[in-house]
Design a protein around this ligand. Structure first.
Ligand code: DOR
Ligand code: ZN
Length: 476
């Protein structure tokens, strides 16, 4: 190309492009952070730089709508730099961070402070959740204006012990959110059931790992999904069911979808690949909310991913230190474990084993999250005009996960030692390499909040004449 002015910043040759619809050999030209062209090598414009991706698969970067990066407040567990580095090494180019940091993201001021921290440290793009509870009721509109990707409502207690709004408060909160059009992501576990059972189990002297599962049987989640769907249907609020763990939750989810409720759902690799058989071995390390369940939940969850009842894969990346995960009494072990870096290799292994189609996986890891949260097609697609957010994998390479080598600060997980197939080689975020040849080359602060590009469909509030605001404004 000597003497010809480069038009593209980068052209990637030789790879196999994978979309939700097809996989095909093609070159990709990138300019100003966007995909400029996809096609035969000879049709590509002259480029400042080229990458040889021969033998590699080019996937849209993963969009993990559920991570806990702990910053501010618990930076001994994770911070925005370590968390987004882990994401980049996992092929994940956008993350949505949960609001159970300190202080809880409940006001526009706290949100702005968190935005500043993330903007300074992030290597990949991100969205921030605000909490939806009594403490944020008066701030819903201001939080929406302050730039959130959605709201998080804790129907049950988990790490951080954020108070759970009762059903009356939930209805009012949904009424408040519905006109914003933003999605409410739900930790759908009913607090009163599990708190009572935990108390009884403790009184009975049960401190063993399986007591955790027995304190939160699937009915805890089923009851919550059903109730949330009822309130969403009444108010028109859009909802998302986080970490679907059981086969039993699929019925209320599918029924709500059939009734036309705008409801989406996610599950994670731990619910698909681990079971109650693993508690003896991992003890507190496997403790997570909701719990990893009986092995007979796995197949229905896989089926739900294939048939679209569950919309997406997310990790609930929940880092804690080894000391916090290995206390002798199960109730004292912090809940959750890292996952943002392992999700794509774990799921690509399932693809290699024939459990899931590769194109379906792209839908679950990237396209559906982008569509559900209003980022599509700027995110979640390999098409001209989209952000060049790419995860480039060697789908044939076999390796074993080693907790000592992961990039999260939390180097303790139930994935340690697990054999996987599919190794991340390069990650690009808006056309810039963040990981190149398995090495971090990105810059701190490259990541941007995606709220600015978010376009949710027009809000469709229902029963607006009966909301708390409407009826208390009436005069007799
Ligand atoms: O196990 C969990 N850990 N589940 C959650 O819902 C929260 C998370 C955390 O923040 O540690
Ligand atoms: Zn979570």
């Amino acid at each position: 190309m000597a003497g010809i002015e480069p038009i593209a910043d980068l052209v990637i040759h030789g790879g196999e492009v994978v979309t939700s619809a097809a996989r095909f050999p093609a070159s990709i030209a990138i300019r100003n952070g966007k995909i400029a062209a996809i096609g035969a090598p000879e049709t590509m414009p002259p480029a400042a730089e080229t990458l040889d991706a021969t033998g590699l698969a080019i996937l849209p970067g993963g969009i993990d709508v559920h991570v806990h990066f702990r910053d501010p407040g618990y930076t001994h567990k994770e911070d925005w730099a370590s968390g987004t580095t882990a994401a980049a090494f996992g092929g994940v180019t956008t993350v949505f961070d949960m609001p159970n940091t300190i202080p809880t993201v409940a006001t526009p001021e706290i949100l702005a402070a968190k935005h500043a921290i993330a903007a300074e440290k992030a290597y990949v793009d991100y969205g921030l959740y605000a909490v939806l509870g009594e403490e944020s009721l008066a701030h819903v509109e201001a939080l929406a204006e302050g730039g959130v990707i959605g709201f998080k409502l804790y129907m049950g207690n988990t790490f951080g012990r954020i108070p759970s709004p009762d059903t009356g408060a939930m209805l009012e909160l949904f009424e408040r959110v519905a006109p914003t059009g933003l999605r409410v992501s739900l930790h759908a576990e009913t607090n009163s059931i599990m708190e009572r059972r935990e108390r009884r189990l403790r009184e009975a002297g049960r401190n063993d790992p399986l007591a955790h599962v027995e304190s939160r049987p699937a009915v805890v989640a089923v009851e919550a999904v059903e109730r949330a769907a009822t309130l969403a249907e009444w108010t028109g609020a859009r909802i998302h069911i986080l970490h679907i763990s059981s086969k039993e939750e699929l019925r209320p989810l599918a029924e709500a979808k059939a009734r036309g409720v705008d409801i989406t759902g996610e599950t994670g690799p731990h619910y698909l690949m681990l079971s109650t058989d693993d508690y003896e071995r991992f003890k507190g390390v496997i403790r997570v909310n909701p719990p990893v369940r009986e092995a007979n939940c796995q197949e229905p969850l896989w089926q739900a991913l294939k048939d679209g009842t569950i919309d997406m894969i997310a990790t609930d990346h929940a880092p804690h230190t080894p000391e916090e995960k290995t206390r002798p009494v199960i109730w004292n072990c912090d809940c959750g474990f890292p996952g943002v870096e392992m999700q794509m290799p774990l799921m690509l292994t399932a693809v290699a084993e024939g459990r899931l189609d590769l194109c379906d996986y792209v839908r679950l890891s990237s396209e559906a999250p982008a569509k559900s949260f209003g980022l599509y097609p700027q995110k979640g697609a390999i098409i001209p005009g989209a952000d060049a957010d790419l995860a480039i994998f060697d789908l044939g390479q076999k390796w074993a996960i080693d907790d000592a080598e992961i990039h999260s600060l939390s180097r303790i997980s139930p994935w340690d030692g697990r054999k996987v197939q599919g190794r991340l080689k390069h990650t690009l975020v808006r056309g810039a390499f963040v990981v190149r040849d398995e090495t971090l080359v990105g810059s701190r602060g490259h990541g941007r909040s995606v709220h600015a590009i978010q376009h949710m469909p027009t809000p469709e509030p229902r029963n607006a004449d009966k909301t708390m605001a409407a009826v208390t404004a009436k005069r007799s």
